[in-house]
Design a binder for this molecule. Structure first.
Ligand SMILES: [Zn+2]
Length: 457
């Protein structure tokens, strides 16, 4: 199905999306606080224009949550749409071909921070909702929008809100469009998400930095101590050395493994075009899918300490720290891994070092049941637009809010319109416009089918 809008409509949609993407709503950086609010307000105005009678900002300690409700449609089911308007920081800025907040179209793709994660997808839902409305402005289903501004930075505003008012998730289905297709032409639904345990490890070995000429050879170096310690947390084969970690992992089912084996996948292509490295790493006896979806990981994200400026300074650093994280799979709740990491790091610390492990943020891994009828409706929608039903796969990433959305028993549909090479969290993030047009058509169809399914019995 060709879903490309007529030229004028296409121009309108692109200029609206460009406006939204131009707002640098980086939630992790305090200097972008006002920009985050601007992005939330952009959504408010848009939802009002779409005729939602309830449109509010819900405030908390961090960035506000956008909440909106469509006009009431009696006897129709209620769908909750989740997305986030905040984005990741943009560094390294010099690796962007065009500035991250100057959305640019090249080769049928729009390049900008947030193009795929998640502003482009939020925009897709809004426009699908717009298209699904009848001439009276009413959608075929009741829709609630919940769009947060702290997904990328681990804030608590939405969590607190849903803890306080869980009835907001009393719906027939929750749709989370923050994911991607498995591959072009292969829409996906996700059956599990990995959790996250993000921590900072700090090592102090001296009261102050020392001269390496005077004291080098006798004084303990904090950076060296830290690096030795980190190197003991994972061995060269990729095995994480936290005692008991792997024993707790719940393996994927036979059915899942069989589905994964049937997916089109070329390891060499994956290496060359997505990973862009020289070789893959990790536990070799597991497939790439098992390593990225069903096993825990340990990554070092950054190390600071000592002297990193221009020229040379012969210093023995007194303190050093590393930001690290583990991705968690079913069987490994965050609290357990946090304890394990803390205990192991402290046990590995040599006697001259004072070591601290501070948890930044994280979330539990989730298993998402996909048997509910709503998944068949989504399949029908994708099949009519893209020509293929969804494949059931897992995701390596985390969306901490998912368990909260499911708390009142609604099925949570994890899907999305991105492609695996969108460059989420990386320079030159993009969204293919074809994916956007197909996405708008698919979700429009989904709303229509949901409305028809309930009323038809
Ligand atoms: Zn996201």
């Amino acid at each position: 199905m060709d879903t490309t809008p007529a030229p004028r409509e296409r121009d309108r949609l692109i200029s609206e999306l460009t406006e939204f993407l131009s707002i640098p709503s980086v939630s992790a950086l305090p200097e972008h606080r006002a920009d985050c609010r601007r992005a939330a307000e952009w959504l408010l105005a848009d939802l009002r224009r779409l005729g939602c009678p309830v449109v509010t900002l819900i405030e908390g300690k961090g960035h506000p949550v956008v909440w909106a409700e469509s006009p009431r449609v009696p006897d129709a089911p209620t769908v909750l749409l989740y997305g986030h308007y905040d984005v990741q920081p943009t560094d390294p800025l010099e690796e962007w071909d065009t500035p991250p907040f100057t959305p640019t179209i090249r080769d049928g793709r729009i390049y900008a921070r947030g193009a795929a994660d998640d502003k482009g997808q939020v925009f897709c839902l809004l426009r699908a909702y717009e298209a699904a409305r009848g001439s009276d402005g009413r959608p075929p289903v009741n829709v609630r929008f919940i769009i947060e501004g702290e997904e990328e930075s681990g804030g608590r505003v939405i969590d607190d809100l849903l803890e306080r008012e869980p009835e907001r998730t009393e719906v027939d289905a929750a749709l989370v469009a923050d994911m991607s297709y498995y591959a072009p032409g292969w829409p996906a639904v996700y059956t599990a998400l990995r959790g996250l345990c993000y921590a900072e490890i700090t090592v102090r070995t001296l009261e102050r930095d020392l001269h390496s000429g005077t004291y080098g050879g006798a004084a303990p170096n904090a950076l060296e101590t830290l690096v030795r310690l980190l190197s003991q947390l994972k061995d060269a084969s990729g095995r994480i050395r936290l005692p008991g970690l792997y024993q707790s992992v719940k393996s994927p089912t036979k059915e899942e493994l069989a589905t994964w084996r049937r997916l089109p996948f070329k390891e060499r292509e994956f290496l060359k075009h997505e990973v862009t490295g020289k070789a893959l790493t990790g536990l070799k006896r597991y497939s790439v899918f098992e390593r990225t979806w069903a096993l825990p990981t340990f990554e070092i994200h950054g190390i600071t300490g000592g002297f990193t400026g221009q020229g040379a300074k012969t210093v023995i650093p007194a303190q050093a720290s590393a930001k690290v994280s583990l991705r968690l799979v079913p069987g490994l709740p965050m609290a357990k891994v946090e304890r394990l990491l803390s205990r192991t790091v402290k046990a590995l610390a040599p006697r001259w070092a004072k070591v601290q492990v501070r948890l930044h943020h994280g979330g539990d891994p989730v298993v998402v049941p996909v048997k509910h009828q709503v998944f068949q409706v989504l399949d029908q929608a994708f099949e009519s637009v893209v020509g293929r039903k969804t494949v059931r796969i897992r995701a390596g990433g985390s969306i901490p809010i998912v368990p909260r959305l499911a708390a009142r028993g609604a099925p949570v549909v994890l899907t999305g319109i991105g492609l695996p090479d969108d460059g989420l969290h990386s320079p030159n993030e993009k969204l293919d416009l074809k994916q956007l047009w197909d996405g708008i058509a698919t979700f429009r169809k989904f709303f229509e089918l949901m409305g028809a399914a309930k009323r038809g019995g």
